[in-house]
Each structure stands twice: as C-alpha cells, then as structure tokens.
Design a protein around this ligand. Structure first.
Ligand code: 13P
Ligand code: ZN
Length: 270
C-alpha cells in the first residue's frame, strides 16, 4: 500500500482546508467538508476490507450505500488539519443498512464525522441526481457573506440580484443563483433536509447568519463558487450606504448571459 497522506485527493483536501482557515472563514471548529472518493482514488492507499469501527448516523442514506467519503471531524479545527490529518479527518463508507458509517481511516482520537453530516450526505444525494460527476460539499463561514445575510432581505431572488450586480463575474460563475435558508438550528436532520431541497436547483446555499454551502464536481469548483459569492458580498458590504452609480444593470446582465451562453435564472431579472 502507498502512503495515504500522499494520495492526491488527501493532499488537495488538506491544502484546501488550510487555505480556508487562512482566509479567516473557519474560526475554531467552524466549517466542514465531505468529498466523495472513487475506487481509483483509494485502491492503492487503503485496504477497504478493514473497518476500524462503525459509527451510527441519525438518518437514512440508503441511496448512497457503499459510497466512500473523506469527511472532516466534528469539533476539529481546520487550522490543525495539516499537522495531524489522521486525527482531524476520516474516511467513511456508508454501510449496507444506510444508517451506519464504516470508518476506514482517521478520527484517530476516537472522534467522529462532522455534526453537519446530515446536510452533507443529503446534499450529496440531491446533487448526484443533478450532476453525476458531483463530488464535493463544502461548508464554511465566510465573513462578508454572513455580514450580508445579516442586513439583506433573505429573498433568494433579491439576494442573488445583489450579488450579480456587484461584479461582472458573479452571474458567469453562478448563473443558477444562490439559495438562502432562513436561520435554523444547525447540525440537525431538519437543516439537512432543507439544505438538500434548496440544492436541487443550485450549487450554493447561504445559511443566514451562519455561513454557506458550496458544492461541485471537485474541490476547486465548490471553493470557487463560495469564493466568488464571498467577493461579491465583500463588495456589497464595502459599498453599503453609498450610492452605487455603476451597479450592473439588468440589461447588462442579459448581455453577459448572451455572450457567455449562460443557462441563468431569467426570472431573477426585471
Ligand atoms: P463541526 O465541528 O461538527 O463540523 O461543526 C462546525 C460547524 O460549522 C457547524 O455548522
Ligand atoms: Zn457552520
């Protein structure tokens, strides 16, 4: 077996989590990540016949039985992942019963997966239906996105419009718009169900006064989506209270969509 800490998926995940911490988005244990691993990613690095222990889940994930995920541990700090990946991360497989995780690697201090596992796995189930190449669910606490969620109406149409109008790239990067979940208790099956429902039609869901979920077929896509929302939210916050004389107009957004061939939410424009 090769050294698992040198597996490309592991190296990239550790770099991404470290970067998220450096951006200041993941204070303390804030944020979590799950990454669907393919057989070819792990076959040279992990004996998948060896189950270290099983960990019960509070919901049914029968749709994704047998699938293997790299998942951040609950209570673990992104800051520390690079120094002790085996303690802060785990690789789990959804067991036959759909209600148990089989730990294949990690959580070396006896820990377990993130408290947001319901939102992650339910979102994976929904996104896999929308895009068979989907692999990543990323949850983080970006400062300006949270700030904007504190002061902006929670309407998805209005929230998306504001983000689109701050910078040219927004509608190009997330033409499907951003879902917005009103404040809810986190870490529950209920917030997982609501988040997954929202992600049926978009790869992004803002959790009001909490953070954001970004999804994608790889770490770059999920991160890039969140990064672009956060940049637009930062511009929104920086220009708040000023007259935005050059805000992008609806017709200009239409022009952008035409040139880039975007499949965008036409109903979000006036
Ligand atoms: P975990 O430490 O359980 O991953 O929780 C962090 C978080 O961001 C909750 O939403
Ligand atoms: Zn959170």
């Amino acid at each position: 077996m090769k050294i698992i800490l040198e597996a490309p998926f592991m190296v990239e995940a550790i770099r991404t989590l470290t970067n998220l911490y450096r951006l200041g988005w993941d204070e303390r244990n804030g944020g979590n990540l799950s990454y669907l691993l393919y057989d070819e990613d792990i076959k040279d690095y992990l004996d998948t016949d060896k189950v270290i222990r099983t960990i019960p889940m509070s919901f049914d994930a029968s749709e994704i039985v047998g699938k293997v995920f790299l998942v951040t541990g609950t209570g673990k700090y992104f800051k520390n992942v690079q120094y002790d990946p085996e303690r802060n991360l785990g690789i789990v497989r959804i067991a036959e019963d759909g209600k148990t995780c089989e730990l294949l690697w990690g959580y070396s201090d006896g820990g377990k997966f993130t408290s947001e596992l319901p939102a992650h796995l339910m979102s994976h189930m929904v996104r896999l239906k929308a895009d068979p190449e989907h692999r990543v669910v990323m949850h983080t606490h970006p400062t300006n996105t949270i700030a904007m969620s504190l002061i902006h109406p929670a309407s998805e149409r209005e929230f998306t419009r504001s983000l689109w109008k701050m910078q040219t790239e927004s509608i190009v990067v997330f033409p499907e718009g951003v879902a917005v979940l009103p404040w809810m208790v986190c870490g529950t099956n209920e917030i997982g169900e609501h988040t997954a429902k929202k992600l049926e039609n978009t790869r992004l869901c803002v959790w009001t006064t909490h953070g954001i979920y970004g999804t994608g077929k790889d770490l770059d896509e999920a991160f890039g989506l969140i990064e672009t929302v956060e940049k637009a939210a930062e511009l929104y916050m920086l220009t708040r209270g000023a007259e935005r004389v050059n805000e992008i107009k609806d017709d200009e957004l239409r022009d952008l969509a035409a040139v880039f061939g975007l499949n965008y939410r036409t109903d979000y424009l006036d």
